[in-house]
Write a protein that binds this ligand. Structure first.
Ligand code: FES
Length: 63
């Protein structure tokens, strides 16, 4: 499933990047060589990133 349609960023790739890089969605997108276009995905992307990092701290949060 894609989190960001404009940049074809899949949720699984975003989760992997969230574990590798600090910062919010825009920062993580930049690390992937992308940048927001329409911006509609950013709230959801921030939620995915936060969820993934919480799961790193406590696996009980894993989706
Ligand atoms: S859906 Fe991510 S920038 Fe448009």
């Amino acid at each position: 499933m894609y989190t960001c349609i404009c940049n074809a960023i899949r949720e699984c790739d975003l989760r992997k990047a969230a574990r590798q890089y600090d910062g919010n969605a825009e920062t993580v997108y930049a690390k992937l060589g992308k940048r927001p276009q329409c911006g509609n995905c950013l709230d959801e992307a921030d939620d995915v990133i936060r969820e993934e990092r919480e799961a790193l701290i406590d696996p009980a949060f894993a989706a």
